[in-house]
Design a protein. Structure first.
Length: 312
């Protein structure tokens, strides 16, 4: 029978949320850095206080009960609210004054971070950002688990409990060896992709998928065939392969200044109407109560992009 006076602790709610996310007691205990008996005791106390079963345990698997699924979003919202309280209390100097852990995809991080950090330091000297560079799927997982507060990534993305705000659209440019037949062309169309043997990033990078989608749209999917054998983990490596005349590639505009100063390369833009572009935005938990911080961060990211493109 539920105790009407019972109020769950944050530790108990965090225990429930972590078990529900990982569906494994050992993994959840390791994540929270506590013993499995302590984890079980916290869950039992929560269920006893509420008078409901939240987690169904068996020797083979852990199942979140229908009641558990129903109240899980509220438990996450309570934890987010508590984190926001601490952040605002510690950041008494105002916007972006508290700790903020920011995830960022690898095809954005090297090109925007120098500008973003400089502008953040100038406008919000009390900010203490921490950055985690990772691929989109991993960042969304970290976001749902609370490992990061917000992510800078390519949109759209779909993930339960995650909201996104678009910040800017970024055109792609073609990077070819200097002697390529398209190197002297003023503007490219999507149809020109059929003349490029494209070198792409490895699986898991959203930029790779975006370029393949463009090739499919242009009816030039075979243009991406060159990447099936030769793959790279970074745009720097891809560009070096272009220098070696192993193929061509597409880069986001913000990467041009950092990656294309090497001799032997040609940078060719696409026609403005081609649709060869991507959208970059912020992703954050829908339950997070840090609208002011995220709005300020979004403005900084947009400004940093403008600075990165200006130096190209």
């Amino acid at each position: 029978m539920p105790n009407k006076e019972y109020k769950p602790t944050l530790a108990q709610l965090r225990t429930f949320v972590t078990i529900a996310e990982h569906k494994h007691f050992g993994t959840a205990a390791a994540k929270l850095n506590i013993s499995q008996p302590s984890l079980s005791q916290a869950l039992v106390a929560l269920e006893a206080g509420l008078g409901v079963q939240l987690i169904e345990r068996s020797t083979r698997k852990v199942i979140v009960t229908p009641k558990g699924e129903a109240v899980l979003p509220y438990a996450k919202a309570a934890l987010d609210a508590a984190e926001a309280f601490v952040a605002h209390a510690r950041g008494s100097e105002g916007t972006l004054g508290g700790p903020l852990t920011i995830g960022i995809i690898p095809t954005v991080a090297p090109y925007l971070l120098p500008h973003l950090l400089r502008e953040m330091h100038e406008q919000y000297p009390g900010a203490t950002p921490r950055f985690i560079e990772d691929q989109t799927d991993n960042l969304l997982t970290k976001l749902r688990e609370g490992t990061i507060d917000v992510a800078i990534l390519a949109t759209p993305v779909e993930a339960p409990g995650v909201k996104t705000v678009d910040l800017y659209r970024e055109p792609f440019v073609a990077i070819t060896p200097a002697g390529h037949s398209l190197a002297g062309k003023e503007k490219l169309s999507l149809e020109d992709l059929s003349q490029l043997e494209l070198l792409l990033l490895d699986d898991g990078h959203c930029l790779r998928d975006q370029i393949i989608d463009l090739c499919k749209l242009a009816g030039a999917y075979e243009a991406a065939a060159a990447q099936s054998v030769t793959r790279a983990a970074s745009l720097t490596t891809v560009v070096q392969l272009v220098v070696a005349e192993m193929g061509s590639t597409l880069l986001p505009q913000s990467a041009v200044a950092a990656e294309c100063s090497r001799p032997g390369l040609a940078v060719v833009p696409f026609d403005d109407q081609s649709g060869a572009e991507r959208s970059i935005g912020l992703a954050f938990r829908a339950s997070a109560a840090r609208d002011e911080d995220f709005e300020a961060l979004g403005q900084l990211v947009t400004s940093a992009y403008a600075s990165a493109v200006e130096t190209a």
